[in-house]
Design a protein around this ligand. Structure first.
Ligand code: DGL
Length: 253
């Protein structure tokens, strides 16, 4: 069993890539809907939640964990690995490296939660992979909550997206890193603003490839999906078609 988790619905964007890469694997997806969003929480609170979810998934026979949340990875992946030394853990971090390699203008932007945007880990990633390019870090408070409430067409959200993205484009940014898994569901809205002026960078497929490398025999299951949540688990299944992931519903047991 492969355990995948996020603060809420955002990690379903990673789950979709995982199912594409490992169609026969069995997955449990855990959404921490009683505590979403993580982006405005302290490191201590996030670590505490990540360790509790790790326990939950380990006790449900997960032999491989995927942290489908940049904020949780940035803050707590080391603690999670230390708590489960026998279980491989794949994390997700903003795609600074591919963006820095691909940029032609030498300017990239990273959209992230406040916690990720303010983290030392992000600064480290920028120093490590983007020494020669200019990086604009844009915290996007409230965006994950809009996704969580399935308010993808909210005019206030569209206005905020435009207000944050236009200035970045004016600075010459040509790669925009989606540094929060919830933002994958905002790709249509972002693309509407960005047009051909920049490309969005999403690393869900890269996370899926890394998981595939570690999966071994876990790749050969029955292709089933369990949906767990700390609050309102029934909403998770109902959200799938709303997020254009209706094809995953047939796997749910
Ligand atoms: N989906 C999460 C991430 O990738 C966090 C969203 C939130 O809970 O604030 O960072």
């Amino acid at each position: 069993m492969i355990g995948v988790f996020d603060s809420g619905l955002g990690g379903l964007s990673v789950l979709a890539a995982l199912v594409d890469a490992l169609p026969s694997a069995n997955f449990i997806y855990f959404a921490d809907t009683a505590h979403v969003p993580y982006g405005n929480k302290s490191e201590e609170q996030i670590q505490c939640r990540v360790l509790a979810i790790g326990e939950h998934l380990a006790s449900h026979d997960c032999d491989l964990l995927v942290v489908a949340c940049n904020t949780a990875t940035t803050t707590a992946v080391q603690a999670l690995r230390a708590a489960h030394p026998g279980i491989p853990v794949v994390g997700i971090e903003p795609g600074i490296k591919p963006a820095a390699q691909e940029t032609r203008s030498g300017r990239i932007a990273v959209l992230a939660t406040e916690a990720t945007a303010n983290s030392q880990r992000l600064q480290h990633l920028i120093r490590q992979h983007a020494g020669n390019v200019e990086v604009f870090v844009e915290p996007c408070p409230g965006w994950a909550t809009h996704v969580e409430m399935l308010q993808l067409g909210d005019p206030a959200l569209a206005a905020d997206v435009r207000a944050r993205i236009e200035p970045l484009l004016e600075k010459g940014v040509d790669r925009i890193v989606l540094g929060c898994t919830h933002y994958s569901f905002l790709a249509p809205l972002l693309t509407e603003v960005v047009g051909t002026r920049a490309q969005l960078v999403d690393v869900a497929a890269a996370v899926a490839r890394q998981t595939q490398r570690l999966a071994g025999g876990l790749a050969h299951g029955s292709g089933l999906l369990q949906l767990h949540a700390s609050a309102h688990p029934e909403r998770l299944r109902a959200a799938l078609p709303r997020l254009h992931l209706g094809h995953l519903a047939a796997r749910v047991i």
